[in-house]
Design a protein around this ligand. Sequence first.
Ligand code: ZN
Length: 97
Amino acid sequence: MSDRGDAPAILDSTITCPECGTQRLETMPTDACQFYYECTGCGALLRPKPGHCCVFCSYGTVPCPPVQASRRSCGSAPGECTGTEKTRPGSADPIDG
Ligand SMILES: [Zn+2]
């Protein structure tokens, strides 16, 4: 009922796979956007729809925490909703496998 802006963000979002319809409750990271999500049902690699910053904004029941905090729809390009969406050093897949 409260309309205060300091309400804690909802961190649980149910992702629905557009390929097979599998739904799974996932906890969102608060410090970064999740750009990829692998469906637990069919293994499809989900990516955000055009204009969305993360898979939760596209396929989840709840938009990502940065979007909740800013109280706006997710219409920004990746990187504009948080400053930490870029791949962190050392976390990327090795290229010279
Ligand atoms: Zn699926």
